[in-house]
Write a protein that binds this ligand. Structure first.
Ligand SMILES: NC(=O)c1ccc[n+]([C@@H]2O[C@H](COP(=O)([O-])OP(=O)(O)OC[C@H]3O[C@@H](n4cnc5c(N)ncnc54)[C@H](OP(=O)(O)O)[C@@H]3O)[C@@H](O)[C@H]2O)c1
Length: 261
């Protein structure tokens, strides 16, 4: 039977590439984001190339109404989601003091509140059916506090802890939860984060490699996937140092990637 995947934040970057890879594996898709033109283009491209069903949902996930629409248009209409890719997210880099109240609240609403609400809704459906898979997109930023990326890092640590707790909690219901922790990846992320795209992209991974590796890890029922040997090495090595020191060094690296001085 054909499986159905729901991918949030599919208009660009990692989410878009998840949609392309899952369609190639014959999944029918629900894809969401706010930019309708990009979603429609992607839906048409995928339908033509892979002959699967693609339903674009133009939704702002920060709003409760947006998330209600997501639920009513999918499970509410009898479409069972077999795989949820909880991917939509963004970060603002820079001094905590210089960030606006609005930007801080939006980051928390999308990366924490929306991720939790969506995960909770689909976890209940999947556990009732005793079948399902979820990928929650965290970050390598979740492995240490990062000055000048403070709120984003805290939201991604939340995502990691949520996903890893649920890995154990939902296992007995035959629902598998994988935490994806990408390092720098070439997407629109750096531009939105106010980082220098040039510096960021210099040592970024491609979305293709990130997604391909993640889907392999999902198949092997891993609980966490960190793409790239370099990222895994850094995460491993930093356990030998104090968290205070690691956090200071990480803040210095982020500062270098920022446009502001
Ligand atoms: N790129 C990296 O280096 C990196 C590293 C670690 C983790 N990550 C994580 O990877 C995930 C994907 O990011 P990306 O790098 O692929 O960045 P991206 O290219 O900016 O993609 C972000 C996606 O989220 C959607 N989105 C943003 N705000 C939204 C909202 N309010 N409602 C609905 N959708 C919204 C965007 O679509 P619209 O703008 O059309 O709504 C877009 O499709 C994020 O969770 C990010 O934290 C990225």
């Amino acid at each position: 039977m054909t499986k159905t995947a729901l991918i949030t934040g599919a208009s660009s970057g990692i989410g878009k590439v998840f949609a392309q890879h899952l369609a190639a594996k014959n999944y029918d898709l629900f894809i969401t984001a706010r930019r309708s033109d990009l979603l429609e283009n992607l839906a048409n491209e995928i339908r033509e190339k892979h002959k699967v069903k693609v339903t674009p949902l133009v939704i702002d996930l920060i709003t409760v109404e947006g998330r209600d629409t997501l639920f009513s248009e999918t499970e509410g209409k009898g479409h069972q989601i077999d795989l949820l890719v909880n991917n939509a997210g963004f970060g603002y880099a820079g001094s905590f003091l210089k960030q606006t109240r609005e930007s801080i609240i939006q980051m928390i609403e999308l990366n924490v509140t929306a991720v939790t609400d969506i995960t909770h809704f689909f976890a209940k459906k999947m556990t009732e059916r005793k079948h399902g898979e979820m990928i929650i997109v965290s970050s390598v930023a979740a492995f240490q506090a990062i000055p000048y990326f403070s709120v984003y890092t805290a939201t991604k640590a939340y995502d990691k802890f949520l996903a890893q707790s649920l890995y154990h909690e939902l296992q007995k219901h035959n629902v598998h939860v994988l935490t994806l922790c990408p390092g720098k990846t070439s997407t629109e992320f750096a531009k939105i984060a106010s980082m220098s795209e040039q510096k960021f992209d210099r040592n970024s991974m491609s979305c293709d490699i990130v997604v391909r590796g993640c889907l392999k890890a999902l198949k092997k029922k891993k609980w966490q996937y960190v793409p790239g040997i370099k990222n895994r090495f850094i995460i491993g090595v930093q356990t030998f140092f104090s968290q205070k020191f690691v956090s200071k060094v990480a803040g210095g690296v982020v500062r270098k990637d920022q446009q502001e001085t």
